[in-house]
Ligand binder design. Sequence first.
Ligand code: FES
Length: 344
Amino acid sequence: MFKVELLTRDGAAIAFDAEPSENLLAAAERANIYLPSSCREGACGACRVTHASGDIELDAYSSAALSDAERAAGGILLCRAHAHGDVALHAPFDAASIGFAPTPQRRATIVDIGPAGARAMRIVLQYEEDPEFGRAAQFVAGQFGELEIPESGIRRSYSLANAPNWDGKLEFLIRLQPGGAFSTYLRERASIGDALIVHGPKGQFTLDEASLAPRWFVAGGTGLAPALSMLRHMAELADPCPARLFFGVNRVDELFALDALEEIRAALPQLAVTICVWAPETPPETRWRGFAGTPAEALAQSLANASERPDIYVCGPPALITAVETVALAGGAGATYAERFSAA
Ligand code: FES
């Protein structure tokens, strides 16, 4: 048994013991310490921390979760790391992101389901009344939940698209992955009245309420979901912080949630929205007259003309995150907060 000490971004020291046979995420959970995570199999990067000292061995992982450059800089994935000596780690999150009780599991029923553009679906769930949690959907805008199809072993993480509420409603925008187990369920079998198990809320991709900088959101495809959640939350509070959204898809027929964006814009008049389509094959009858290119390209143009340094919130596939981080660094943005979507 070895000692693991994790120092959070805000200076809290968290300690637990680990056997070489268990990964560090599991070892922490054995001590009732629930660290940020999502896929638990080295694919998403949600559990990435920095290795400061001690002997660590990593199981196989995806380079989308931990790039070679991040590994060279000391990055490790808690769900893939085993201690072979006493270990010190630095976390990129605050102590508030750590749970000291298991993540809630609640039953919910599908109350609405339908397409969201050509490559995604929108589902709305209603929490069942729970003796411990009541009915409310309590989470922080920007977090995600893991949806499990009961008795199937199929469990996937998806960001919430709506704001926290007392009615127990949860909205998700889910990209359909060819051959994906959850996608196949959604496409072929899911219907109103089905029960699902929701594990969550989870994640620390949330608004930095302490920052006074403008908030610029960059979303690729269904990466729009957490941006919608945060913007809806801002709209409910009539938050005056300047805000921009760059939302991108590959083709015009993949666009979705445009009505929702109009509603948010009516409630949050300072919000500027740039919709980006990268679509060389778009047929002439649907020719796109808006921004032609990726949201990272639109961001670069706007940053070049910005009078204040905005904070950037980016959510989407790993390639978009990397492109936006590069643009943000070159363009002199403030903090960059990222949530990567992995294919599942
Ligand atoms: S939880 Fe460790 S990489 Fe996803």
